[in-house]
Design a binder for this molecule. Sequence first.
Ligand SMILES: NC(=O)c1ccc[n+]([C@@H]2O[C@H](COP(=O)([O-])OP(=O)(O)OC[C@H]3O[C@@H](n4cnc5c(N)ncnc54)[C@H](O)[C@@H]3O)[C@@H](O)[C@H]2O)c1
Length: 255
Amino acid sequence: MSLLLQGKSAIVTGGGSGIGRATAIALAREGARVLVQDRAENGAQETVGLVNAAGGQAISIGGDVTVEADVQAMVDLAVTTFGRLDVAFNNAGISPAAAGPTMQRTHELSLASWSKVIDVNLTGVFLCMKYQIPHMLAGGGGAIVNTASVAGLVGLPTASAYVGSKHGVIGITKTAAMEYAQEGIRVNAVCPGYVLTPMTENGVARRGEELLNKVPMHRLGRPEEIAEAVVWLSSDRASFVTGSFYTVDGGYYAA
Ligand SMILES: NC(=O)c1ccc[n+]([C@@H]2O[C@H](COP(=O)([O-])OP(=O)(O)OC[C@H]3O[C@@H](n4cnc5c(N)ncnc54)[C@H](O)[C@@H]3O)[C@@H](O)[C@H]2O)c1
């Protein structure tokens, strides 16, 4: 049985935890060589250990997706190590809780909190695409998947910055998809619903039942369930799919 990503080279940002980790493992299982990037370098190294223990091939790098030189170094490392870049999962992100006080309406939000969320979740994705795309053009094509969220599709009271950043991710995903459609680069977004990861565990502990009541399946997602969508979008099986956003959310967006 042939693997979906045999011989491909991939980058996963925010790959040291949660959805990024599960996706790095899934991409490697399908034959991709994976560069796992994370600001928390030890997390990225742990992911590499998991990939390699399962018989895959991965390397890690630290760095911050909001720092241009770090993003450039990440892309350069993937290309020098693997010889090319075929797949990028631009997934590093932070929740509002990582940027300041939570539960603030728009007029209460500080500019500092707003900027921090926009920098990581939106500017980080832009910078990654900026440095990845030239290598994909040089290699004759590629597939980019950006992590948005159901918060990229609907409003979420007290999460202006997060919602703005994720709507922005969908916007730049559509735009890049159009720009490179005739040069073999597909660009899509994945929109997870509530998924149990270190990012959400506090909120889930506080508001568990309230969150589940918004999900028709009445459960949280697992990171591996997001990874499956990313694998498919990254593979040639999705050859006519670009500029799209895929909800993987237990029915949240449909409700
Ligand atoms: N968990 C959910 O319910 C959910 C829902 C929708 C969207 N998302 C999105 O999925 C993505 C992954 O989230 P997760 O739930 O796996 O969270 P997580 O906290 O488990 O993983 C995010 C990783 O990104 C890394 N990171 C954060 N800022 C970074 C930066 N500036 N540079 C490099 N790495 C950085 C963190 O160190 C962490 O390892 C995020 O973009 C998040 O917004 C998550």
